[in-house]
Design a binder for this molecule. Structure first.
Ligand code: 5AD
Ligand code: SF4
Length: 472
């Protein structure tokens, strides 16, 4: 194929960004792409086309960081091959593994040029300049004291004040980070150590970013935060705004049809937020509310600051406010000390609630967290058996939820091209994927779709009417 781009673009440097883990990382990767775009970097689809590779990493469970090291081995090989051809590949590791490992990362994989934590990536331009300077010195045969350029500070200034406004919106849906970090210190979790203390962005900055996103084509915004419902940002009126207050203000933005937020903590689910699920039509009937375990003993050992009854009480109040609310959750099986009776309590809670979807994990020992030092670690085989039992129940519930919607006509936000020719994929108000036949013209819009079949992970449907025009 001929390259028809102008010379200026053909010469452009390119960055390849690989994202691991949560939606927060997806948001951070988009912001890094915007920032690097302002430095003249275009996006590459593969490492082979790139001058800079960024791995935006996740540290939440062990296999997540192991994946990063194996990918780094592959990048090192590409870098070494390039050297012979006189073209370099700069390797940057961002995100929570970068934060947690710091210098250790460069020691374990010396091909890494830059290590930058999740609170410091607005400094990427300086770090890149420094890495280039070091590379030039190395090429000139100078011996350098340490390899790699490192920034894993929690800087006093907020990265949000130093990032350019977001550019493109993919298919009508956008993430918006409003809160970061966590002060809860659940005993299994690395987030308070890798993402730092809780911080809420001022409401005016959030509203301005939301307006920019809507102007760029977003009709759905998902508000992000590790502890999003603990949001307590400074309001334009000088008062502290809760998440509920922020949602009400966002709902006034013309053209913004859908609002979501994730991830929440049961302890921060206040009355106003529950009422918002009743009163704000743009707030979609879906809530991801991690419970982790159904056993009070284990919840206490996890330092979750809530018991089983608090969670079940919330479920009742939420369903009273919004009867069609789809509930999703996170579960950990095999936390240290978890007995058969504790696990049964989890199964029983799942049975009682009925979840529309869920994520479940085997407990993974994270160095530096209190849980990793606890006695009574649960044997791997027990964790495996418990996870299988839990997942089979959760899958049954998800399938039942999806099947309960079959026959209905619902608004679906069409988000991407499907795998089969002529197929597009969208999201229901309850966040399930729906596969249907449709043209690309519909992507980024909301269409009325008749649901025709329900599976464990998705639904099938067909267009039921004319797609609603995307708001201007
Ligand atoms: N082991 C297993 N699962 C974990 N999670 C967080 N830390 C661990 C861990 N050490 C899960 C929790 C959390 C989700 C994002 O990841 O369920 O809600
Ligand atoms: Fe981790 Fe608990 Fe904070 Fe969630 S609330 S990020 S699980 S410490």
């Amino acid at each position: 194929m001929t390259d028809v781009r102008p010379d200026s673009q053909r010469q452009r440097k390119r960055v390849f960004i690989r994202t691991y883990g949560c939606q927060m990382n997806v948001y951070d990767s988009d912001r890094m792409a915007d920032l690097l775009g302002s430095l003249g970097y275009g996006l590459a689809d593969s490492v082979e086309q790139a001058d800079l590779a960024v791995l935006n990493t996740c540290h939440i469970r062990e296999h997540a960081s192991e994946k990063v090291y194996s990918e780094l081995g592959r990048l090192r090989d590409v870098k070494q091959e390039r050297r012979g051809a006189g073209r370099d590949l700069t390797i940057a590791v961002a995100g929570c593994v970068a934060q947690a490992e710091g210098e250790e990362m460069v020691r374990r994989q010396p091909a890494v040029d830059i290590v930058v934590g999740p609170q410091a990536y607005h400094r990427l331009p300086e770090l890149l300049a420094e890495a280039e300077r070091k590379a030039a010195l190395k090429r000139a045969g100078k011996r350098l004291p340490g390899a790699g350029v490192l920034d894993t500070d929690f800087p006093a200034e907020s990265k949000f004040d130093h990032l350019p406004a977001p550019h493109g919106v993919r298919a009508g849906s956008a993430f918006l980070s409003i809160q970061e970090g966590c002060d809860k210190f659940c005993t299994f979790c690395v987030v308070p150590y890798t993402r730092g203390a809780e911080y809420s962005r001022p409401a005016a900055a959030v509203l301005a970013e939301a307006r920019t996103l809507v102007a760029a084509g977003a009709i759905e915004i998902t508000l992000l935060g590790q502890n999003v419902n603990a949001y307590h940002g400074e309001g334009p009126d000088g008062a502290t705004w809760s998440l509920a207050r922020l949602i009400q203000a966002l709902a006034e933005i013309e053209g913004l049809a859908r609002l979501r937020y994730t991830t929440s903590h049961p302890r921060d689910m206040d009355d106003d937020l529950i009422a918002a699920h009743r009163d704000v039509p743009q707030l979609m009937p879906y809530l991801h509310l991690p419970v982790q375990s159904g056993s009070d003993r284990i919840l206490a050992a996890m330092n979750r600051r809530h018991g089983r009854d608090l969670f079940l009480g919330l479920v009742d109040r939420l369903r009273a406010a919004r009867p069609d609310l789809a509930l999703s959750s996170d579960f950990i099986v095999g936390f240290p000390g978890e007995s058969d009776a504790d696990f049964d309590a989890t199964m029983q809670l799942v049975d009682q609630v009925g979840f529309a979807s869920a994520f479940s994990f085997k407990y993974s020992r994270r160095p530096g967290t209190p849980g990793s030092a606890l006695p009574d670690q649960v044997p791997e085989a027990v964790k495996t058996a418990r996870l299988a039992a839990l997942q089979s129940l959760l899958v049954k519930q998800a399938r039942a939820f999806n099947q309960s919607k079959v026959g209905r006509i619902v608004p679906v936000l069409l988000a991407e091209i499907g795998r089969k020719p002529g197929q597009i994929v969208g999201k229901t108000p309850w966040l399930q994927s729906v596969h249907l036949e449709g043209t690309l013209r519909l992507i980024g819009r909301i269409a009325e779709v008749r649901l025709t079949a329900g599976h464990a992970n998705s639904l099938a449907g067909e267009l039921a009417g004319v797609a609603r025009e995307q708001a201007a």
